[in-house]
Design a protein around this ligand. Structure first.
Ligand code: PLP
Length: 438
């Protein structure tokens, strides 16, 4: 067996020795990747892609599954010296902040699942989001984004942007006319979430794509709540998709990671931000994410099955006022959900009669779901926005984005639906009896 190091797919050699210049040269032809061993899987199903794309067996020993390349650096040779000099280091292994085979394996899997040419993994969802946004806007630029974004992204636009000489207008993601009206001459980017948290609005992505095309803007969406088996935003015309991979993509609540997926020319523009700001994914975490992804499709089916059964049960319970689950006909966006979503997820939001105090009592009576923020893990997680994710908002601000008293945010895991229903039945009956006794 050859001792020659694996070089990766050296496809992006620039025509000139313009160091770093190739990144901004959007006309330069690029191949997909970078991939260590490209796996053409276009016609295969989601589970086959989840298991096989990107994953490779150890070339030296034949051990099955991608080895963990737990190294900070790589032996340099003629080709890597050349790539450093010429500024196309994304296609070579030089130093793990630049790239590592464990990252490449999971990047190929993620790109294949999203139907993207290229993907870049990060140490958190926020690292991915901030690098992507800051790579795509210039100083003085303006962004139009959703008003009910995830809190970290909201802070990026509200707190970081002004100090960097940029601005953002935050608009209700339902109000397509207001989104278009918010565009200014210096607007460069539209930034939205495909499904919002916690009221699970299904955003009209095709309408946003139309606005972006007509105004020559880029559209980036955070699809953390709708991973690839549920929605493929790139197929809908979005320019870039970002995820907190800490949620459904990894699926086991045991790591923090993020990813950007899209055309290679845009992902190449984001790569220098990864180098400059740091935020690269450690090889061991990349291995864990790759392992978690192998069951993404099968996990999502289990999440959907249990969430649908539990949401249907909750709708019938007298102590529950309202249930929000896009796959239920009662959800305000049910028709759009049927058009844009290939399946449901595990996120269910509901409102308990008796307000936040009743919701707090409900949590005390539940045995299976764990009281924790986050979502997308195999275990059910439950929290109340009023004292966790939206605690810094006033009751009025919460009401404006649909978070009324008694709101419960539930990420249904893959536990058996009957066990979850029995647990909620018992807990809801307990708080109903207490109300009666009071
Ligand atoms: C929709 C969404 N986007 C981004 C993030 C940030 O991801 P991370 O915690 O991996 O940085 C989160 C985290 O909860 C999220 O819910």
């Amino acid at each position: 067996m050859s001792n020659k190091p694996l070089y990766g797919d050296a496809t992006s050699k620039p025509s000139t020795r313009n160091v770093g210049g190739w990144i901004k040269d959007l006309d330069r032809s690029r191949r997909a990747g970078p991939y260590l061993a490209a796996h053409p899987m276009d016609n295969m199903g989601m589970s086959t892609k989840a298991v096989h794309a990107g994953t490779h067996d150890d070339p030296r020993t034949g051990a099955v599954g991608t080895p963990i390349y737990q190294t900070s650096t790589f032996i340099l040779h003629e080709e890597t010296y050349g790539s450093i000099e010429e500024g196309f280091g994304r296609d070579r292994f030089i130093y793990t902040r630049y790239g590592n085979p464990s990252q490449w394996a999971v990047q190929e899997k993620l790109a294949t699942l999203e139907g993207a040419e290229s993907a870049l993994v990060f140490s958190s969802g926020m690292a991915a989001i901030s690098a992507a946004v800051l790579a795509l806007v210039d100083k003085g630029a303006h962004v139009v984004a959703a008003s009910d974004l995830y809190g970290g992204t909201y802070n990026l636009f509200n707190q970081e942007f002004p100090s960097l000489g940029m601005s953002a207008t935050l608009v209700d993601s339902y109000d397509i006319d207001a989104i278009e009206a918010a565009i200014q001459p210096n607007t460069q980017l539209l930034y939205f979430e495909t499904i919002t948290n916690p009221v699970l609005k299904v955003v009209d992505i095709p309408a946003l794509v139309d606005i972006a095309r007509r105004h020559n803007l880029r559209l980036v969406v955070d699809s953390t709540f709708a991973p690839p088996p549920v929605m493929k935003p790139l197929e809908l015309g979005v320019d870039l998709v970002v995820h907190s991979a800490s949620k459904y993509l990894n699926g086991h609540s045991d790591l923090i990671a993020g990813v950007v997926c899209g055309p290679r020319k845009l992902v190449d523009m984001i790569w220098p931000r990864l180098l400059n700001y740091g935020g690269q994914l450690d090889p061991h975490a990349a291995f864990l994410l790759e392992r978690g992804l192998k069951t993404l499709d099968i996990r999502m089916r289990a999440h959907e099955q249990s969430a649908m059964a539990l949401a249907t049960f909750l709708e019938t319970h007298p102590s529950v006022d309202n249930v929000l689950y896009p796959m239920l006909p009662s959800h305000p966006d049910h028709i759009r959900a049927k058009e844009l979503m290939k399946m449901g997820t595990g996120n269910v939001t509901f409102f308990v009669k008796g307000g936040d105090q009743a919701a707090l009592r409900l949590l005390d009576h539940l045995h299976l779901p764990k009281q924790a923020t986050s979502l997308g893990g195999i275990e059910s997680l439950i929290s109340l926005p009023f004292n966790s994710s939206q605690a810094t908002m006033t009751a009025r601000q919460r009401a404006d984005i649909g978070i009324h008293p008694g709101c419960v945010r539930l990420s249904v895991g893959i536990e058996d639906a009957n066990d979850l229903i029995a647990d909620f039945d018992h807990a809801l009956n307990a708080i109903t009896d207490m109300k009666g006794a009071a």
